[in-house]
Design a protein around this ligand. Structure first.
Ligand code: FAD
Length: 373
């Protein structure tokens, strides 16, 4: 039996580790653009020199080949579900089961924002390095925000807090603006007024001006144009775009009108042979690394039940976000509708430790602190 996994990050590698743990006798191949994988949730700490690039990366080819899994460093070009084939720049691969774990099309969606050349995207390593350079040079205002329908705001909250910290340390008196999609501000889409109020008070105390219920429409050289027409003067503009599955997946007709792969939950199954995982799957929750790993857990458990009749626990999706905020930190957790938010700088240490374990294990970290369902 041939299992093909596309993408070697949180979702793809978690899939491979669990498949190999339970199925010793199948052929597993993982295809990804680069054998060097980065733990991107820790990137905000690059801005404050709390970590170095080398702390974030590992060689996925070495990790999986030590378990008897084939790693192909190549680009996925086309997916043909009818003939069960995947075309790459290294050849054509066929499969019995396919796990799609190619992430979200961040870069292609960022390029669609008018004036994106005047902004950075706080998602890629390159984006964070450019942002770092600007934050230590700039004397002007900083704007951080998301385009409409962006599925994750946590990184923007962190970038705003860290920007405030860097300006404060540099003695620069400019403003930090943070736009949020919800009119209620920070964590405004969470059904818990206490959390929303606590979060907004905290950002206010840190001197960050929250522009609630506004998204980024256009970027100009010295300003950002928001959805309601407001223009904010800013020298540094750091943005997260709207999201969809990458174009390669869209072309395969596996996505619906939402732009994502419409899977059944909690199995993340698209159809009998295909699972859609992580950032490219359609779910009602933010696209996070934790949910990407949980999607892999649930998908592999579903396949194991089909193939071997083994029943393993399925996990519920939720939110667990540790925020890095310069000289302070925070944790936000939401499971089964219950939400919790606390601020304390020691949470940053916990995040660094967890990140270290992710990197050291090559994303083989099957504990997600998530409830069984
Ligand atoms: C700054 C920042 C902070 C974050 N903080 C948190 C946090 O605290 N907690 C949390 O849970 N989440 C956090 N996230 C979100 C999290 O990083 C993403 O949800 C996660 O990366 C999604 O994992 P994935 O496996 O679905 O996709 P990705 O990590 O995007 O991986 C996709 C993989 O597919 C490969 N690929 C893509 N296209 C092709 C192709 N055509 N051919 C071959 N290979 C391809 C890529 O190279 C990559 O290896 C954060 C994100 C950012 C940017």
């Amino acid at each position: 039996m041939d299992v093909l996994v596309l993408g070697s990050s949180y979702a793809g590698l978690a899939t491979v580790h669990k498949l190999r743990k339970f199925l010793k006798d199948i052929n597993i191949t993982i295809i990804s653009k680069s054998r060097i994988v980065r733990e991107n949730t820790i990137f905000p700490l690059l801005l404050t020199n709390d970590i170095y690039i080398k702390d974030t990366e590992f060689d996925a080819k070495n990790v999986v080949e030590s378990k008897g899994v084939n790693f192909i460093e190549g680009e996925v070009l086309e997916i043909y579900p009818n003939s069960r084939e995947v075309k790459t720049n290294k050849g054509i691969y066929d499969y019995d089961y396919l796990f799609l774990a190619l992430g979200g099309g961040y870069e292609e969606n960022f390029r669609k924002i008018p004036g994106n050349e005047y902004a950075v995207m706080h998602h890629t390593l390159e984006g964070f390095l450019r942002l770092k350079d600007l934050l230590y040079k700039s004397e002007g205002n900083i704007f951080v925000g998301n385009a409409k329908s962006s599925p994750i705001e946590g990184p923007s909250y962190q970038v705003a807090l860290i920007s405030e910290y860097i300006l404060r340390r540099r003695g620069v008196k400019s403003k930090v603006y943070l736009s949020t999609q919800s009119p209620k501000g920070i964590f405004g889409n969470i059904p818990n007024e206490e959390v929303i109020s606590k979060a907004n008070s905290y950002f206010k105390k840190r001197g960050i001006e929250v522009l609630a219920g506004k998204t980024v429409k256009e970027i100009k050289k010295d300003r950002v144009v928001l959805s309601d027409g407001t223009e904010i003067e800013a020298e540094v503009k750091s943005i997260l775009p709207a999201l969809s599955a990458p174009e390669t997946v869209k072309r395969s007709e596996l996505v619906d009108d939402s732009g994502f792969v419409n899977v059944s939950l909690p199995s993340f199954r698209k159809d009998e042979r295909i699972f859609g995982l992580g950032d490219l799957a359609k779910t009602p929750l933010p696209r996070t690394a934790r949910n990407a790993m949980i999607s892999a857990e649930n998908a592999v458990s579903t396949l194991l039940k089909d193939l071997r009749g083994v029943s393993l626990p399925m996990y519920g999706l939720g939110v667990l976000c540790v925020m890095e905020g310069g000289d302070d930190g925070g944790i936000f957790r939401m499971e089964k509708g219950k939400a919790f938010l606390e601020f304390d700088r020691h949470f940053i240490t916990i995040k660094k430790m967890y990140s270290r374990m992710l990197v050291r294990s090559g994303f083989d970290m099957p504990f997600h602190g998530a409830p069984h369902i």
